[in-house]
Design a protein around this ligand. Structure first.
Ligand code: GLA
Length: 387
């Protein structure tokens, strides 16, 4: 993937359009804080190197033309009439962003765009958030709108919620837009206050290894929405004893007795969210004092909680975690993202990465018949305009 290739395609397809500008937006991996964002809680993701690249320029009309190099597909629409496209599913993220920007009261001009990405799709590394955030940044720049980055994050999330119809939280778009090189992002999903925290992994001789299980379960969306509503139900019931709470964010580990008394699955769901929020706070404190042992234990505890209480893991993710935890030099390992497939993240000694790869490539395919993709990621720069 190279910017010059995109530019060449742009000039070939749209010879009379304005000289283009370029924007890039990365995927993310979440280190800690899973299924907490839509509970007004805490998350700790980092942006990664794989990204979506956009080259685009104004065309002086009211028409938008998008060309995806990955799908070799052209999508076209009128800004005055933006509908969901059933033939170009990738384009809906961009259509959604245009529609949200217009709905926010801004004026847009037509544009011609070429895009390409190298974030594994459907792997839980937020390729959709990157599509939205990159589009938002590009459109903001092309139209001189001057919308600030956090507002662009919110627009991007709304595009996904309202236009694409996926009820996600704000973590992925925030991480893609606001991530920084060598730093992970501690985000309070209620106030949107955030702090960039150096991961220090490399300095401590550690690597973040991300493994794609190669599994994608169709139930992600329905189960995701089910978890969201179970969390809301738990809040309703907990309000009897804790009047004034608005979200599970307002419930602390001191209230575990009340949580454990909730009916059925609600106790387990609430217990995960409340303990996970605490793990984010504890994990960041541990990272800041260089205590990677504790940080790793919290990753392990997070996985176990997602598996047993939140019930969003699956056999393949559990297997990957189990293999990785047995490698000497592994500090911690867990599933990352929404679950039901996707990726795991493991913090392991750099000197042991090869050993870990070997074991995973031997044991995982033997049991599942799937060859997993293995990546070593460092925290990378968030979305940017490239001059
Ligand atoms: C998906 C959603 C995020 C978040 C995670 C789970 O990635 O897009 O908003 O809820 O799942 O932590």
């Amino acid at each position: 993937m190279h910017i010059e290739t995109l530019k060449a395609k742009y000039h070939e397809l749209f010879p009379s359009s304005a000289p283009p500008i370029c924007a890039a937006a990365p995927g993310r991996v979440n280190l800690l804080g899973e299924h907490t964002d839509y509970n007004d809680g805490f998350v700790f993701p980092m942006a990664i190197d794989p990204h979506i690249l956009y080259v685009g320029g104004g065309n002086g009309t009211s028409r938008v033309r998008l060309y995806s190099l990955d799908f070799s597909q052209l999508d076209e629409f009128e800004l005055g009439h933006i509908t969901f496209s059933h033939d170009h599913s990738w384009a809906n993220y961009i259509r959604g962003v245009c529609s949200q920007i217009l709905e926010a009261g801004h004026t847009l001009q037509g544009m011609d765009v070429v895009l390409q990405g190298n974030i594994p799709q459907g792997g839980g590394l937020s390729s959709s958030a990157a599509l939205e955030v990159g589009a938002a940044l590009l459109i903001n720049e092309l139209n001189g709108l001057g919308i600030d980055r956090v507002e662009l994050v919110k627009l991007s999330q709304r595009a996904e919620n309202e236009f694409v119809g996926v009820n996600c939280g704000i973590m992925d778009q925030f991480a893609s837009m606001m991530g920084r090189k060598d730093q992970a992002l501690f985000l309070d999903c209620r106030s949107l206050e955030y702090e960039l925290v150096p991961t220090g992994f490399e300095e401590m001789g550690l690597s973040a290894v991300v493994i794609n299980s190669g599994v994608k379960r169709g139930l992600v969306d329905s189960e995701y929405n089910k978890r969201r509503s179970q969390c809301e139900q738990a809040v309703e019931l907990l309000r009897n004893d804790l009047p004034g709470i608005k979200a599970l964010r307002d419930v602390s580990t001191e209230h575990l007795d009340l949580i454990n008394a909730l009916p059925g699955d609600l106790a387990k769901r609430a217990r995960h969210v409340v303990t996970e929020n605490q793990r984010v706070l504890d994990g960041i404190a541990a990272l800041k004092r260089g205590d990677l042992e504790v940080f790793g234990q919290l990753l392990n505890a997070s996985h176990d909680s997602l598996k047993d209480d939140y019930e969003v893991s699956c056999a393949e993710l559990d297997l990957l975690v189990e293999i990785c935890r047995k490698v000497p030099g592994t500090m911690g390992s867990r599933m990352t993202g929404a679950g039901f497939g996707g990726c795991t993240v493991t913090i392991v000694a750099q000197s042991q990465v090869e050993e870990l790869k070997e074991r995973v490539l031997k044991e995982y395919p033997a049991k599942t018949g799937i060859t997993p993709q293995i990546f070593v990621f460092t925290a990378s720069e968030g979305a940017r305009i490239i001059q």
